[in-house]
Design a protein around this ligand. Structure first.
Ligand code: SAH
Length: 498
């Protein structure tokens, strides 16, 4: 029953406020424009109505009057409406006009401020908009001078005399004229200028110039153009992160991709998810555990399936394992167990099946081991534990099946538009190769461990890096180290003769 005028922040989904996320989660209707990120829209309930109101360049956009009418209509109908606006809703967002329309119609509204691109884009380029000794004030000004849009003529010469930092929004197309007028107003030609394009997004690009030179540079919208001494400071950090500008394919199952994706994005990478496998649970009945000495779990999927699917009407109670010891193949699996209240008794030093076998004490008298795992697993554990004297029962919990290809992602990979591919298991390799086919220019291939690497080589791929520690952390470290060692991203590395 309220219309919320909500700031979405400048692009980085992490810059959304908690209040905005909370309101999105309870929205009946989300009204958004082009600057809104898909990640933010995904926070709304799946059945919420999503109304796009423009504004792709060149396309017909809803007029402000139509947007106001839409908000009034949904608000008056008693719906919870989130009007999601880029940056801050009251900084050149026309949020003021929307609030006026709602007030006039007697529709209750609230305003949720957002992080404005005027300050955030500069910050992500390493530019403080005020700085002791350099700038005591900042002016945020529109560079768009279309009277039809309601922006009055800006007195650039006057602004030049006022000094301080100028942040120009909506000025990409007119930067040359603006720079000339600021110089006409008395700002020196060597005044630093930084144009931060697509600020806070994975493809942020900062052009650094002066008032004399900026006009010759092509600047693409959206851009925040910073003029003044602070634009000469170079405290760049965002564009200097280790994986900035590197596009990385994640081939894990969609449900499992978020951890790896998050780590890569934190380091600056642009992630392309190309899920190659789908985890398909198999309904199983839990065997009696009274004479089971050890339960062995070899993956996070296995733990999830073991506890959560089909084993008991409401999932498994951790107390059922009271009499057993539990082995996990690695820290990821152990963490998944810990989430369910079970501390692993055994984790090998290296996170592969061979090391797990070695870590097992020899069986005294044929103790039983329940090996809960995927259908396609290798025989190393079964054979190895039998050799150590155990009686091994296998509980097949799930299988991985090839995922339906995402045509856009496949096309991008085939076109060589990615810099690196990550493989977290043999099945991701096999299914990836089946989905994508041979690559003319192979990007960097990074594998989680020796078994996955061997599968990749079998399929004709060159393995550029292999995780020393066979975990997601190890995989990310391997990619990072390989790039730091100066190997060029992209298809620049020639394929060795086979
Ligand atoms: N209310 C918004 C501004 C809307 S006007 C805010 O507070 O940020 C649209 C202009 O904002 C664009 O033309 C551009 O100048 C600026 N802008 C929006 N997103 C941006 C981004 N990610 N990087 C740089 N500038 C951005």
């Amino acid at each position: 029953m309220t219309v919320y005028l909500v700031g979405a922040g400048p692009g980085d989904p992490g810059l959304l406020t908690r209040r905005a996320a909370e309101l999105l989660a309870h929205a009946d209707v989300v009204v958004y424009d082009r600057l809104a990120a898909d990640e933010l829209l995904a926070l709304a309930p799946p059945d919420a109505r999503r109304c796009s109101v423009g504004k792709a360049p060149g396309a017909v956009e809803a007029s402000q009057g139509e947007i106001n009418a839409l908000l009034v209509e949904h608000g008056a109908a008693g719906r919870t409406v989130v009007r999601l606006k880029g940056g801050d809703p009251f900084v050149f967002g026309r949020g003021g006009e929307e609030a006026e329309a709602l007030a006039a119609a007697g529709v209750p509204f609230e305003v949720v401020p957002g992080i404005t691109s005027a300050i955030a884009a500069a910050a992500y380029a390493g530019i403080p908009v005020t700085h002791r000794g350099l700038a005591t004030h900042v002016t945020i000004v529109t560079g768009h001078e279309d009277p039809a849009k309601g922006h009055a003529d800006v007195d650039w010469e006057q602004l030049a005399r006022a000094g301080g930092t100028l942040v120009i929004l909506m000025g990409a197309a007119r930067v040359a004229i603006i720079a000339a007028r600021l110089q006409a107003g008395g700002l020196p030609p060597d005044t630093p200028v930084a144009a931060v394009q697509r600020g806070t997004r994975p493809d942020q690009r900062t052009v650094r110039a002066t008032l004399a030179t900026i006009g010759a540079q092509p600047i693409a919208a959206p851009a925040a153009i910073v003029v003044g001494a602070v634009a000469g400071l170079d405290l760049a950090w965002f564009e200097h992160r280790p994986l900035f500008g590197v596009s990385v394919v994640v081939t894990r199952a969609r449900e499992q991709a978020s951890g790896l994706r998050g780590q890569l994005e934190t380091l600056g990478a642009t992630v392309l998810e190309l899920p190659t496998i789908v985890v398909e649970a198999r309904p199983v009945e839990l065997p009696r555990l009274d004479d089971v000495a050890w339960i062995v779990l070899t993956s996070v999927n296995g733990v999830a399936a073991f506890f959560d699917q089909g084993l008991a009407p409401r999932g498994l109670d951790a107390r059922a394992l009271a009499g057993c010891r539990v082995a996990a193949i690695g820290p990821g699996t152990a963490a998944a167990l810990a989430e369910r209240g079970v501390r692993a008794d055994l984790i090998p030093e290296r996170f592969v099946a061979e090391a797990l076998v070695e870590a097992f004490p020899p069986a005294a008298s044929g103790e039983r081991v329940l090996l809960a795992r995927a259908e396609q697993a290798r025989d190393v554990l079964v054979d190895g534990l039998r050799t150590r004297g155990y009686t091994v029962d296998v509980l097949t919990l799930y299988r991985t099946v090839p995922a339906a290809p995402d045509p856009d992602a496949v096309t991008r990979v085939r076109a060589g538009a990615v810099d690196a591919i990550t493989f977290t298991s043999s099945s991701t390799v096999t299914n990836f190769c089946d989905l994508v086919g041979p690559l003319a220019h192979q990007p960097l291939v990074v594998s989680i461990g020796p078994v996955t690497s061997a599968t990749a080589r079998d399929r004709g791929l060159r393995v550029d890096a292999e995780a020393t520690e066979h975990t997601i952390d190890g995989l990310v470290a391997a990619l990072r180290d390989t790039l730091a060692a100066g190997r060029p991203p992209g298809g620049a590395t020639p394929r060795p003769p086979s």
